[in-house]
Design a protein around this ligand. Sequence first.
Ligand code: BGC
Length: 806
Amino acid sequence: MKKKKILFFKITGLLIFLILLSGGFSFWYVNKTFLTFENGYDEQTNFSELTKEGYTFFDRNNNGKLDQYEDDRESIKARVHDVLSQMTLEEKIHILKGGGMASGIGITKPGGIPGAVGTIVPTTRLGIPTIYLSDGPAGLRIEPTREGEDKTFYCTAFPISTLLASSWNKAMIYEVGDAMGKEAEAYGIDVILGPAANIHRHPLCGRNFEYFSEDPLLSGLMGAAIVNGIQSNGVGTSLKHFVANNQETNRLLNDVIVSDRAMREIYLKGFEHIVKRSQPWTIMSSYNKVNGTYTSESNSLLTDVLRDEWGFEGLVMTDWFGGKNPAAQISAGNDLLEPGTNRQWKALIKAAEIGELSLNNINRATSRILTLVFKTKKMQNYNYNSNPDLKKNAEITRNSASEGMVLLKNEDVLPFSDINNIALLGVTSYEFIAGGTGSGDVNEAYTISLEEGLSNAGFDINNMAQQAFDTHRIATIESFKRPEGIQAIFTPFKPTEMTYTTEQLHDIVTTSDIGILTLGRNAGEGGDRLEKDDFLLTEAEQEMIYKITEAFHKENKKIIVVLNIGGVIETTSWKNLPDAILLAWQGGQEGGNSVTDILTGKVNPSGKLPMTFPINLSDHISNDNFPKNPKIITLEGMVKNLIFPPNELPEAQKVRDEDYTHYDEGVFVGYRHFDTKNIDVSYPFGYGLSYTDFEYQAMEVSVKNDTINIAVTIKNTGKFSGKEIVEFYTEKLNSEINRPSQELKAFTKTKLIEPDAMERVFVKIPIKELSYWDEKKNDWALEKGSYNIKVGASSRDMRQIEQLKL
Ligand code: BGC
């Protein structure tokens, strides 16, 4: 018996020892491979300021002399050339990969920026500084608190990109970009990892909220405006995810099988507009493959198309841990591997040794990285103060959010008149969602709910409805705990929805003037959405909407539905029930105030849909080739993927829509398909209501120097001042190729037009933009003949048409 006991203790002791050992080993391995492996490469900050021949400079390499690269009177090209000539091969290879993920999870060296997800590593000997990279498209994502400091580092949660695109307002988006850039500058961030400009190929891509539109022109012009705004501050951007990254399922291995024509006309086109109009400092290659090659290893995409054809001058970085073969990536023109791992570092050294990675390619990537470093404020030794103007940015976010919200329906109810007591229904009215999850999330200080927004504007929030919510919340409190820290990245906030009894509703309706039911959705990086309970309303939501509208209408009271969502949902089956529907999207941290501004009429809605709201998901051709059972990435899964990178399955075992996805719809994405095939939709592309009406008059079309010039007068014929988005489509008559019946080729937004006043708007369409991609010639081709030039208020509401012969 005693012996058995001893044996038991010995075995248990051994097991505990082994567990501790393997735990310790795993931690050591993860740390040394992915987090911190940069020992001996600390940033040098103690170089002295010298004056030679009347010129004062930082003696970065402490050699007591003025080197050309230390002289900021010289061009960046000359400085980079000089520093490159002084770098050893080891130093050059060192700078090709980032310094690991430690700061991305909040662990930093002194002087670092916790939460910055990546760096360009310093070159100690030459005094080249660390460059900080931080997400993302809706605002910065750095750690809001730091150990031992009382000061906080919250960032502004701006509206999601889909909302920004719904404003169709380039000047406003530039202003949002400018505010983001200023915030980055204040927090010491050199490059913002955004905007994200992938096409909404299918409504259920989990990251659609980070992307702009189903249309490449809208996507491109919105993206260019935000890049220009951010970069006007001397802060860089990383335009992502280049390219055809339209699903999250199996994103590290998915192979997109797509025609050259669809690539050129749809998936590359938006990026092309952005590159040509704004020269982002960096582009982030995507995780996926295109036709068998990882985008980060594709010479044809990263060098032939991006650089040689479009003239991109910046650097390309990988998406985080993306791609397989570091040497192939650098050789293809993917200059920087982020966030960098020890494995990649070793692989690059080895590839250089055995001649797999040429010195030319190492020099090319290094000089592109150094060019970025020399552009940053870090090289001007500016001291950031970590005090952005959060108040001003909150104001910008509030205004931009209301500019992009889309009024889908309004039957004599909005803007409010004679309303005092408002019944707020549905959990989301009280728990507004600022944005999506994943790297596109922001660590903001607060989010204004609809309840707070309406209270701020002086309305009474109905007590009965509020009490019903409070009781429900307490009863389902677990589901109301917002995921925090790193868990929040992959865990959408989904509180349990409410149900109302007939008695409760009776009390609510009889004590209020109007009802607002908010429906919410929260999704994001790492998973695609589902049709059931996400695109389609859940049973609880359906029940709520039927019961609530019935109860309000019975008492002759109105009910409004507010959609606090990040992507398209089904609307056809219920849209006839409420009196008004406001698509509020996810409006950032001031969302509740922005919605209130619209409900009260302080802002006349002027947003229009940047994508179609279809009747059925299956109306999209892409639905035939889109994951139906998406697996959501978990934090544990992601760590496992890092340690044991997933391998491709043998050809025979590959699963459709996971390991590969056929883009069989070709160029027929979104309205390009619906309009060509005359398929009924719930709300068409480009649709949105206003509190006023606009008349389109006197369209004129002329051609000069390869450009179509169009003018049209927009008259406000209603009672409220308002802005109108004016859309210009072209249609090739008697086309000999299979092309969309019409395509957006230009748009503009009027200024605020007073009732009875008018504005003449002008747009230009370069004739070459009417070309299609001819796969036989491998080039753009213009079909000769007649084109309709149409101006409309949506893709299904053309107001004037002129014919043009080209
Ligand atoms: C995302 C990128 C992001 C990066 C850094 C990746 O998982 O795909 O969009 O910029 O992480 O957070």
